[in-house]
Write a new protein. Structure first.
Length: 448
């Protein structure tokens, strides 16, 4: 049997249901993006840019980068909608190896993100429930298993779970924001605390903004989530762009409100000096109960990120299974319309990362490659426009080629800054590229 015939047989036997809409897309975007990053990144941003205007402005710039990226990604995702994320259109535009590289990196980093978020969740529950204290890995592993059991039931369960957990996340964060802003109405403006370095100027300021944007872009990571489900959306040409932009704008609003609420109760010097600005702000508002409040917010907010990353991972390995770049059993769809085996495989990998503790270095490496995947996706827009200029496009990237070129160059600049900041991680990533090509050759030789 030829590869084409095998792919056709798998595709005929397994059908994903076109039942998802805009609100799922917004929920999965918010679920993927808003995690521990927004609680930890403000400290580094404030240390680099010790000015409230620049501090908030940097978060706007990071959001605009993601919006430009969504503008380009929406065209690709609606051109030939297929579940699987960036893998699907990078493979078509730039060839099987580029797709293989993007797909495996995306799958492993998503599974690693599940482990990382679940561990933070386990630590938060340990701080709230004495019997869980000191057992964060076990609690996290059980949590991943419970989520898997719920999601494997089918697409309706996945849709409802993602929407429900993302709504709880938004409510928890908005309550914290409201508490900080209400406190500010009855108290004096926060006074300056510890002194900060002088505000950088000229080229030094540009360098500071570039470094600060690294943490911000990481915090926005996940804005591509809706493209993982392109083949399961009822009206992809209409609903994918709406979901991408809706999720991003919702997240931008929450991020700006969170940082504004921190500034309402803390001087920027205190934000810069706190590894967890949310905890410092909550301590001002709630006193001795501040730490408990933040742990509660984390415990309520993070399950949606576990759900989103696990669902994302399953769609990537599902699509690769269809194309025989991963085991064919990954492309099986259960009666509920969910790629159940791909979901369970992703869950098992996340659990292994938790038990071995290897996900921290994995995420550091994959984050670099993740932005490289963005760059390849943006390049794919140019390739597909040139290759198929007359193909109908339900959504055309606004301002192309200028907007696409801007976000492509921004991705390259980000990669260059990361190379300078983490030479060891870059070297490991380069080694991973060499190994990945050998794996690709072995897999494609066997499938032929």
């Amino acid at each position: 049997m030829t590869v084409t015939a095998a792919v056709a047989e798998v595709s005929t036997r397994n059908r994903l249901q076109r039942s998802l809409g805009v609100w799922f897309g917004v929920a999965v975007g918010v679920g993927s993006m808003i995690g521990a990053g927004i609680l930890r990144a403000p400290a580094d941003v404030a240390a680099r840019l010790p000015s409230p205007t620049l501090f908030l402005g940097a978060w706007v710039i990071g959001g605009l980068y993601a919006l430009l990226g969504a503008n380009a990604m929406a065209e690709l995702a609606t051109l030939r909608p297929r579940s699987g994320g960036q893998y699907t259109f990078v493979r078509e535009a730039l060839g099987p190896y580029a797709g293989f590289l993007v797909g495996w990196n995306d799958w492993l980093s998503s599974a690693g993100s599940v482990a990382a978020v679940a561990l933070v969740e386990g630590e938060a529950l340990g701080a709230l429930v004495p019997m869980f204290e000191g057992h964060a890995v076990a609690v996290a592993t059980i949590g991943v298993a419970i989520v898997t059991v719920v999601l494997v039931r089918g697409i309706r369960a996945s849709d409802g779970t993602q929407r429900g957990t993302s709504l709880l996340k938004a409510i928890a964060l908005l309550v914290l924001i409201a508490a900080c802003l209400a406190w500010r109405l009855t108290h004096e403006a926060p006074t300056a605390g510890a002194s900060l370095p002088a505000m950088p100027r000229g080229l030094a300021l540009l360098g500071a903004i570039a470094v600060a944007l690294q943490g911000i872009i990481f915090a926005y990571d996940g804005w591509t989530s809706m493209v993982y489900y392109s083949g399961e959306v009822r009206d992809p040409g209409r609903e994918i762009p709406r979901a991408l932009f809706g999720g991003l704008l919702s997240t931008m609003a929450i991020y700006l409100l969170i940082n504004a609420s921190f500034l309402a109760v803390l001087p920027i010097s205190s934000i810069a000096g706190s590894p967890l600005a949310a905890s410092s702000a909550a301590s001002v508002v709630f006193g001795s109960y501040g730490g408990t409040v933040v742990e509660l917010v984390i415990a309520v907010a993070l399950p949606s990120a576990i759900v989103a990353n696990l669902l994302n991972a399953s769609r990537v390995i599902f699509a690769m299974g269809e194309d025989r770049l991963a085991p064919a059993w990954c492309a099986r769809v259960n009666r509920g319309g969910t790629p159940g085996t791909a979901l369970m495989a992703s869950s098992i990998v996340a659990a292994l990362f938790l038990l071995t503790g290897t996900f921290k270095r994995l995420i550091a490496i994959c984050t670099f490659l993740f932005v490289a995947s963005y760059a390849l996706s943006f390049a794919s827009v140019f390739v597909m426009r040139r290759r198929e200029p007359d193909t109908p496009r339900p959504y055309r990237a606004w301002g192309h080629p200028w907007t696409t070129a801007a976000v492509f160059i921004g991705s390259l600049a980000f990669l260059a800054a990361t190379l300078v900041a983490d030479a060891r991680g870059a070297a490991i990533a380069a080694g991973a590229l060499v190994v990945s090509y050998s794996m690709f050759r072995v897999i494609t030789r066997r499938r032929d």
